[in-house]
Design a protein around this ligand. Sequence first.
Ligand code: ZN
Ligand code: ZN
Length: 373
Amino acid sequence: MTREGTSVSSLYFMQTTTSARLKRLRYSLEAHGVGALLETHLPNIYYLSGFSGDSGALLVDSSSATLFTDGRFTIQAKQECPGIRTRIHRGSLLEAVGEHLRKKGRNRVAVSPSRLTLAGWKALKKAAGSSVKWAGVDGIAERLRAVKDPFEIQCLRESARLGSEVMEETIRQIRPGVTELEIAAEIGYRMRRKGASGESFEAIVAAGPRSALPHARPTERRIGKNELVVLDLGAILRHYCSDLTRTVYFGRAPVRVKQWYQAVLDAQLAARNVLRAGVSAGTVDAAARNVLQHKGLGRYFVHSTGHGLGIEIHEDPRVARGQKWSLEAGNVITLEPGVYMEGVGGIRIEDEALVTPRGAEILTSAPREFIEI
Ligand code: ZN
Ligand code: ZN
């Protein structure tokens, strides 16, 4: 949906969605014993107000929400958040917010320490003066965002479908002599042709021994015979990210590579099978990890099993070793076990799962069976 194409009904929808979210946020502020939240993290601002500009701050208290932004976004703010008061500032954003708070004589305002720079915090505090009391609380809006509402689930479904289509098409593009960068360029191009506003992260295309680097950046290296190729990609569609990984083999794979692949697939399936509302994130991680450990591959699984995703590519909950976070219906997480052997290569299989009361629904759809090209 383009901005020009935003219909009156979808604006109305966005307004009712954001007001429902603000209501949930206010309950949470009450529970934290604070009168207001100063939100400075742009994805949280988008979630709570619909504003998608790249500079702003949002102040929410028990009865109002005020967006602070600059003159570049006057029209955009009016279009995107009709129900929210907007203040256009000149100069420093946080100073403008601080001065506003000083005039209001605000009670206790929550800010997220991990989202502020030291310089920003100092400027804010100075401008607000001593009458404003602060509370440093991380993750208030992030906690709400972890449970997706039906509109978000729909956006995530569509983003996952787009990512899966691009994955299937890209695998068909792999030819001898093509470079990792050429494949990565193809991924970005195909996503935008299908309506994505961009990539949710720089696509990983890693061949041969480079596939053992879980976060390899694509290079000018040419894909050669008898190599593993890891493709990890994601699109942003209507502000929502997708994320999936497939590993293919260029040539005829040795038996041991097929066995490793099967072990990773079994690990993903084990994680998927324990997944449902009420289970801890650590239990899901352990399910995948145990499979690889039993196959003697535990030490090659060097990262966590998954992460939440939504407006951002990495969100709560983290699906990692020992995580106590109890999963809820509406969480959307990745399941991405992998093994990485230095000098040989890596294998990762990643899909997105929506947590439901009784299990999991997989949102990504590209085939998972071992592909030899
Ligand atoms: Zn990924
Ligand atoms: Zn991921």
